[in-house]
Structure formats: structure tokens, C-alpha cells
Design a protein around this ligand. Structure first.
Ligand code: NAP
Length: 299
């Protein structure tokens, strides 16, 4: 029998799974175009010149192009007023070729993000952040039109890795509106018994150690140690943290919220950072756009 020190968790290849999903989407887009002469459209709104936002947006546009989704770029100046931004969103709401609208966050300080996001048409809310979509996610027997991309990607990773959720104990670390909270709601909908750990939780370690499924989304580099993990647990590490690394040309490297080396010795399976949840987020955005388009195009 292998001793615990010989144990090696299965590494869930998010990049590969995301690529498979992207190929499936490309095929569906091709069929839509052939049958109805229409393709899904995604509008990406970016305000100002933040380098990180520009690079996320560039990645999303490239991913759209690869699967045949048409992207509509809206680059707006940093000084745009809230009212003008809202009217741009309304324009996109009215455009029949646009099936999904994404407003890249964060927005400049003078703009109320909540107000702008709530102006996006529910039917085009591919980020799934509209309060009504989140509200439906939280309610029994209701379905949102869209589920937020990163949380949806976490469940898809579990699903495509053959990990059952029903009846399992799941611990979500983090309770943000974009990751922790919605992923906990999705797990609950999938019949897990869910506990949410946050920065004020006492005794995090022993709560996390009870989990069959851990979703780590705290933004705390390598916070979860191997000894916090139940043997055989499935670990989805959403955390993406830059830590100093003088051996790299860039001077930094990305690590998750889980100590990957340690976790590999004890978990049943684990996602790497990078290459785990990140690629799935983009794939789910494409999937949401396709689904939004199908609701309109396929009558
Ligand atoms: P966030 O808004 O900063 O939220 C972090 C959450 O973690 C909060 O709920 C916070 O608790 C909790 N937390 C912080 N320190 C903690 C600690 N020591 N113990 C337990 N809980 C703690 O972050 P986010 O936007 O949800 O993102 C979380 C991480 O996921 C980040 O590393 C981010 O870069 C990454 N991320 C990755 C993707 C992807 O596609 N791969 C997408 C989105 C985010 P309180 O509520 O008590 O403050």
C-alpha cells in the first residue's frame, strides 16, 4: 500500500477542459450561423486605460474571435460621466446583434458600479452579476438567466472531472459577490452541504478539514496548508495571487490560496494556479454569450 508521502493528487487540467468547451462552443456557433445566418455577439465595455483591464479585455476578445463570436468593442474615456456610461449600456441593450454585455470592472471611482451593472438588460447579463440573476440563484426552484462565470467554471470543473457534489460537504473560503457567494449558492443548488468561511470565521482550519470539496477564493497566497485538507478531498483553487519571485524575469509568480505542493500529498484532486479556474472563467463567458444568443436566435 502506498504511504501518504507517496500520494499524488490528480491535477485537474483546467486549460485542457476549457479548450474542450471552447471547441464545443465553436461547433455550436458554426451551426447557428449555418442554420440562421446569425452569430452570437458580445459587447465589451471598458472605461479608462487600466493595464490589467486592457489585458483581460484583450484576452476575452481574442477568445471570442477564436470561437466565431462577434465582439463589439466600446472603449470609453476615463472621464465619462455615469449618465453617459448608462446611456451607452442602454444603446447596447437595444442592439439586436449584441447578446451579451460585459462591463469590465473596476470602474473609475466617480461611477457607481452597482448602478451601471443594474442597467444591463437581464437577458444580456452574461457576467451574471445583475441582482435579479443573483437573487434567482439564491432561491429554490428559480433559475437565473446566467450564472456568474468563475463560479460556474468551478462547478463545470468538478462535473467534467467526474466529482459528484450531491450530499457532499463543501467548504467555500471567501464570500465575495463575484466568487465566494455565488459559488456557495451553486453548490447548494447542486445538493452539497455548504459552509462558507470568511475573514471573521473562527477555527477556519478545522472547518476546512471537514470538506469533501474545497473552493478556495480568499485571495490569500498559500493560506490553506496540506494539514487543513481531508485526505482525498477535491480542491478547486480560485485564488490568483502574485508573489515576489526574483528568479523570474517578471520578478513575480502566481500562486493560489492553497499550498499546492503540500496539498498534492493529501488531496484527491486539485486545480493548479495558473491553468485551473482561470481558463474556465473565459470559457464560461463564451458559453453564457452563446446561450444568451440561442434564446434569441433559435425560436
Ligand atoms: P475579494 O473580493 O477580495 O474577497 C475575498 C474574500 O475572502 C472575502 O469574502 C474575505 O472575507 C475572504 N477572506 C480574506 N482573507 C481571508 C482569510 N484569511 N480567511 C478566510 N477568508 C478570507 O476577492 P475575490 O474577488 O472573491 O477573489 C478571490 C480570489 O480569487 C483572488 O485571488 C482573485 O484574484 C481570484 N479570482 C480568480 C478568478 C479566476 O478567473 N481565476 C476570478 C475572480 C477572482 P470578508 O468578506 O470577511 O472580507
Amino acid at each position: 500500500m502506498a504511504s501518504q508521502s507517496d500520494h499524488k493528487a490528480t491535477v485537474i487540467d483546467g486549460k485542457f477542459i476549457a479548450q474542450t468547451i471552447r471547441s464545443e462552443i465553436a461547433e455550436e456557433v458554426r451551426q447557428l450561423s449555418e442554420k440562421y445566418g446569425k452569430v452570437p455577439g458580445l459587447a465589451v465595455v471598458i472605461v479608462g486605460n487600466r493595464k490589467d483591464s486592457q489585458s483581460y479585455v484583450g484576452m476575452k476578445r481574442k477568445a471570442c474571435a477564436e470561437v466565431g463570436i462577434r465582439s463589439f468593442d466600446m472603449n470609453l474615456p476615463e472621464q465619462i460621466s455615469e449618465a453617459d456610461l448608462v446611456s451607452k449600456v442602454h444603446e447596447l441593450n437595444e442592439n439586436p446583434d449584441v447578446h451579451g454585455i460585459l462591463v469590465q470592472l473596476p470602474l473609475p471611482k466617480h461611477i457607481n458600479e452597482e448602478k451601471v451593472l443594474s442597467e444591463i438588460s437581464l437577458a444580456k447579463d452574461v457576467d451574471g452579476f445583475h441582482p435579479l440573476n443573483i437573487g434567482k440563484l439564491a432561491m429554490k426552484d428559480r433559475e437565473p438567466l446566467f450564472q456568474p462565470c468563475t463560479p460556474k467554471g468551478c462547478l463545470e470543473l468538478l462535473h467534467r472531472s467526474g466529482i459528484s457534489i450531491k450530499g457532499k460537504r463543501a467548504v467555500v473560503v471567501g464570500r465575495s459577490n463575484i466568487v465566494g457567494l455565488p459559488v456557495s449558492l451553486l453548490l447548494l443548488k447542486a445538493d452539497a452541504t455548504v459552509t462558507v468561511v470568511h475573514s471573521r470565521s473562527n477555527d477556519q482550519e478545522s472547518i476546512i478539514r471537514e470538506a469533501d470539496i474545497i473552493i478556495a477564493a480568499a485571495g490569500q497566497p498559500m493560506m490553506i496548508k496540506g494539514s487543513w485538507i481531508k485526505p482525498g478531498a477535491a480542491v478547486i483553487d480560485v485564488g490568483t495571487n502574485a508573489v515576489d519571485d526574483p528568479s523570474r524575469k517578471s520578478g513575480y509568480r502566481l500562486v493560489g490560496d492553497v499550498d499546492f505542493e503540500e496539498a498534492c500529498k493529501i488531496a484527491g484532486c486539485i486545480t493548479p494556479v495558473p491553468g485551473g479556474v482561470g481558463p474556465m472563467t473565459v470559457a464560461m463567458l463564451l458559453k453564457n454569450t452563446l446561450d444568451g444568443a440561442k434564446r434569441v436566435i433559435v425560436q
